[in-house]
Design a protein around this ligand. Structure first.
Ligand SMILES: *Cc1c(COP(=O)(O)O)cnc(C)c1O
Length: 371
C-alpha cells in the first residue's frame, strides 16, 4: 500500500544527516529541531500556532481537554472514520453522536450534522477523510449559528486546501477552533514513528493546548490543569523538517497516481471512482473506489494473489464496533456508512508509484472484473 523505503532512499542523505545531528547533540526531548519544525509548519499552513505532540490521537484528546468539554457534552462526528476520532470523545466521558456520511464523498455533510444538534451539543469533529476536506464553509456557519466548537481531524489531509465560495484557499486543519493531525509513517506527511500536532489561530487556546500537552504546567512543577505527557521526539521533528520540504511534491505524486487510476477506470461500470468536490482539492491519502455489482472481497483476494495489496478502509462502522454498543445504535441506523463498509476498496497509493506499477494494478483489476 505504501513504499516508505523507496521514499526514504530519495532523500536518504538529508534524513541521515538530520538524525545524526540530533544524536550528536543528544537533544532528544524538546531539542531545537522541534521548535524549527513548529515554525516551518506554521509558515507552511499560514496558521498562528502549531503545537507538536506525540500522535494524532493525543492531538484530538488534547483539543477536547483544551476546550473545557465536560462529561455528558455531545460531540457530533462521523460514523465512517478511524476509531481514534470517536475513542477520545468516549474516553473523556463525552458523548459521541454519530452522523452518517455522504455516499459520494465519504464525508460528513452539513445537513447530517444539523439534524443531530441538541441543547447538549458542544462541538463538531469533521474528519477530512482520505485527503479531501469536508465542506468547512457550511460547517463553520452551522457552528456559529449554534455556538459550537469545531475540531478538525486533519490526520488524512495534511496539505489539502479548502476553497471558499469566493475562491479563497485555506489549509485543512486551520479553519476550525483547533485542527489535529498525525505524522504516522503512512500519512501524507509521515515521520519514522509516532508524531502529531495541533493547529490554532487562537492565542489563548494555544497556551492552554501547550500546557495540557505538558502535564498541565506553564511554570515547571506548578500544575494549573490536569494534563498529559505528549511530546514530539526531537528525532521525529528533525525528520519532519526534511520531509515537509517535499510535502507539496509528495501530494502531487499522489494526485498523478490518482489521475492514472481515474483514467484507467473511467469506462469500468463496476468501479465508482472517487468524486472530487468543488470546495477542496484532493491529496489522496487513500484512493478509495466503490465496487458495484461485483465481489469486492474476491477482488481484494485476487489482487493479493497477484502481489498487489488492497485494503478496506473501513470494514466496520463506528456504531457497530463492540466497544461502542453502549451508545445504543443498531444495525440499519446508518445505511450509507454500512453500505460503504461492504463496498469500498482502497488501492495502493503512495509517492513512489510508477506507470508500470499502475498499469499492472489497473489491468489486474480490469481482468478480474471482466470475468
Ligand atoms: C491516523 C488517524 C488518527 C490517529 O493518528 P495516530 O497518530 O495514529 O494516533 C486520527 N484520525 C484519523 C482520521 C486518522 O487517519
Amino acid at each position: 500500500m505504501v513504499d516508505l523505503k523507496g521514499q526514504y532512499l530519495q532523500i536518504k542523505q538529508d534524513l541521515d544527516a538530520a538524525i545524526q545531528e540530533v544524536i550528536d547533540n543528544s537533544e532528544f526531548i524538546n531539542g531545537s529541531a522541534v521548535k524549527v519544525f513548529q515554525k516551518n509548519l506554521e509558515q507552511y499552513l499560514s496558521v498562528k500556532h502549531v503545537i507538536p505532540c506525540a500522535n494524532g490521537t493525543d492531538a484530538l484528546q488534547i483539543a477536547m481537554m483544551a476546550l473545557g468539554l465536560k462529561p455528558g457534552d455531545e460531540i457530533i462526528t462521523t460514523n465512517f472514520t478511524f476509531i481514534a476520532t470517536v475513542e477520545v470523545i468516549a474516553m473523556l466521558g463525552l458523548k459521541p453522536v454519530l452522523a452518517d456520511v455522504d455516499e459520494n464523498t465519504f464525508l460528513l455533510s452539513p445537513e447530517s450534522i444539523e439534524k443531530l444538534i441538541t441543547s447538549k451539543t458542544k462541538a463538531i469533529v469533521p474528519v477530512h477523510l482520505f485527503g479531501q476536506c469536508c465542506d468547512m464553509e457550511q460547517i463553520m456557519k452551522l457552528a456559529n449559528k449554534y455556538e459550537l466548537f469545531v475540531i478538525e481531524d486533519s490526520a488524512q489531509a495534511m496539505g489539502a486546501d479548502f476553497q471558499y465560495n469566493d475562491g479563497t484557499l485555506q489549509k485543512a486543519g486551520t479553519i476550525g477552533d483547533i485542527g489535529c493531525t498525525s505524522f504516522f509513517p503512512s500519512k501524507n506527511l509521515g515521520c519514522f514513528g509516532d508524531g502529531g500536532a495541533l493547529f490554532t489561530n487562537n492565542d489563548e487556546l494555544a497556551l492552554m493546548i501547550r500546557s495540557i500537552a505538558n502535564h498541565g504546567m506553564k511554570v515547571r512543577y506548578y500544575h494549573d490543569h490536569i494534563g498529559i505527557n505528549s511530546r514530539l521526539d526531537t528525532i521525529q521533528a528533525a525528520i519532519l523538517n526534511v520531509k515537509l520540504k517535499n510535502l507539496e511534491h509528495y501530494n502531487t505524486a499522489r494526485q498523478k497516481a490518482a489521475d492514472y487510476y481515474d483514467r484507467a477506470f473511467q469506462n469500468e461500470q463496476k468501479i465508482k471512482i472517487p468524486l472530487r468536490v468543488s470546495y477542496s482539492n484532493h491529496i489522496f491519502h487513500q484512493y478509495t473506489v466503490i465496487i458495484k455489482d461485483a465481489d469486492r472481497d474476491g477482488l481484494k483476494n485476487f489482487l493479493q494473489s497477484k502481489g498487489i495489496p488492497a485494503m478496506v478502509y473501513y470494514p466496520v462502522t463506528m456504531h457497530l464496533q463492540h466497544a461502542y454498543q453502549y451508545l445504543g445504535y443498531r444495525q440499519g441506523d446508518f445505511p450509507v456508512s454500512e453500505f460503504l463498509c461492504k463496498s469500498v476498496l482502497s488501492l495502493p497509493m503512495h509517492t513512489e508509484l510508477d506507470n508500470q506499477q499502475l498499469e499492472y494494478i489497473t489491468s489486474t483489476i480490469t481482468e478480474f472484473l471482466s470475468k
